[in-house]
Ligand binder design. Structure first.
Ligand code: HEM
Ligand SMILES: *[C@@H]1O[C@H](CO)[C@@H](O)[C@H](O)[C@H]1NC(C)=O
Ligand SMILES: *[C@@H]1O[C@H](CO)[C@@H](O)[C@H](O)[C@H]1NC(C)=O
Ligand SMILES: *[C@@H]1O[C@H](CO)[C@@H](O)[C@H](O)[C@H]1NC(C)=O
Ligand SMILES: *[C@@H]1O[C@H](CO)[C@@H](O)[C@H](O)[C@H]1NC(C)=O
Ligand SMILES: *[C@@H]1O[C@H](CO)[C@@H](O)[C@H](O)[C@H]1NC(C)=O
Length: 325
């Protein structure tokens, strides 16, 4: 190799490592540019949960719905415009997604303190982490440096987010599309140990299940009758909701997995985890070992938080989380 080639090689290697560096998120990303970033988000999450503890579930789910659609780029926060229906108005998100006001109040404070520095995508990632730790989950450090996307399309939400009617192979595929393993899918589904669901998300399992069965036979019959009380057949009330884990609806524990083993979970996508030997083994393992699950959950959240992120000079730092600059 001549010296010219060597120089070219060095240049390419250097360029490559710069690109690699740019693509890395970092723990403490704002430590010099906006050191109060994480504490301020935490304060706003705390305030939000004090007024409505259910928002913890809302924020954890919102982060998942952000990351699965165009990566964790804050696209779930963008409002629809006259010409485009945004993610946030897809049936997967509207009317069920909640917690936007917590992100907005954190953003308002951060823009006053360090304008144009902290991305909405990072605020949402921090808020999800704080929601986990404030409801009894394990806390974890969030690598940051995400930039905000400028595109948000309702159609992409439907195409990428798994519906509650999915069975294990379909769920595994949707998570694999985002670089997550089947076991990470089982681990992350454990978020259904907090929060609520609208009746409309699972009423297919209660009434007219199929031509021979009124209700889903994999649903515990006592639990099914309780759900029928809360979710009357033919009701037009789209605001009816039930807790996901009725015994401890606000605690990040492993009841979700015991509920699966007792056939007392709301969605096909939850119950189906017993239908595959390897997911069933994980369900049993998590049900028995709370610390194991909490650790795995934290690690899987960090990994989910890195899906298709924008870094470096890609995207932008939005001024207001619901509108692109
Ligand atoms: C495995 C595939 C998944 C499916 C099919 C699914 C589906 C759903 C559905 C249908 C709801 C109820 C929405 C409503 O009607 O109000 C829900 C709620 C929820 N989901 Fe999932 N989900 C999945 C995975 C996840 C993951 C990975 C997370 C987070 C790590 C998550 C966190 C939540 C939370 C916390 C709630 C409660 C939201 C609230 O109370 O506002 N889900 N999910
Ligand atoms: C975005 O939409 C929400 C909900 O409709 C609304 O409350 C909010 O004011 C909108 N944001 C902006 C900047 O217009
Ligand atoms: C109805 O669902 C049950 C349980 O999943 C299944 O065994 C049965 O074959 C289904 N019947 C029809 C007609 O699809
Ligand atoms: C729901 O709405 C439909 C059409 O608007 C109406 O026919 C039906 O009676 C309503 N059902 C109930 C339970 O109110
Ligand atoms: C269970 O999941 C594993 C891993 O994805 C897959 O290889 C296997 O085919 C599945 N088994 C069944 C019975 O679906
Ligand atoms: C799943 O486990 C059952 C019971 O242990 C076994 O009979 C069956 O062969 C297993 N199926 C697969 C696909 O490994």
């Amino acid at each position: 190799m001549g010296s010219k080639e060597k120089l070219l090689l060095a240049f390419v290697v250097c360029l490559y490592s710069t690109v690699q560096l740019e693509a890395q998120l970092q723990v403490g990303f704002y430590s010099s540019t906006c050191p109060r970033a994480e504490p301020i988000v935490q304060e706003e999450v705390m305030k939000g949960l004090q007024s409505n503890i259910g928002l913890a579930a809302g924020l954890i789910r919102m982060h998942f719905h952000d990351c699965f659609v165009r990566g964790c780029d804050g696209s779930v926060l963008i409002n629809s415009t006259d010409s485009t229906q945004a993610e946030r108005d897809s049936p997967a998100n509207n009317p069920s997604l909640r917690g936007f006001e917590v992100i907005d109040s954190a953003k308002t404070r951060l823009e006053a303190l360090c304008p144009g520095v902290v991305s909405c995508a990072d605020i949402l990632t921090f808020a999800a982490r704080d929601s986990v730790s404030m409801t009894g989950g394990m806390t974890y450090r969030v690598p940051a440096g995400r930039r905000d996307g400028r595109i948000s399309l309702a159609t992409e939400a439907s195409a990428n987010l798994p519906p509650p009617t999915f069975v294990v192979d379909q769920l595994t595929q949707r998570f694999a599309n985002k670089g997550l393993t089947q076991d990470e899918m089982v681990t992350l589904s454990g978020a259904h140990t907090i929060g609520r669901s609208h009746c409309t998300s699972f009423s297919n399992r209660l009434y007219n299940f199929n031509s021979t069965m009124a209700s889903d036979p994999t649903l515990d019959s006592t639990f099914a009758s309780q759900l029928m009380q809360s979710c009357p057949q033919g009701s037009n009330d789209t605001t009816l909701v039930v807790p996901m884990d009725p015994s401890t609806p606000y605690t990040m524990d492993t009841n979700y997995y015991s509920n699966i083993l007792a056939n007392k979970v709301l969605f096909t996508s939850d119950q189906t985890l017993t239908s595959n030997n390897s997911t069933a083994a994980s369900v049993r393992m998590n049900a028995m070992n709370r610390m194991l699950w909490k650790n795995k959950f934290a690690a899987a959240m960090v990994k989910m938080g890195q899906i298709e992120v924008l870094t470096g000079s890609d995207g932008e730092i939005r001024k207001v989380c619901s509108v692109v600059n």
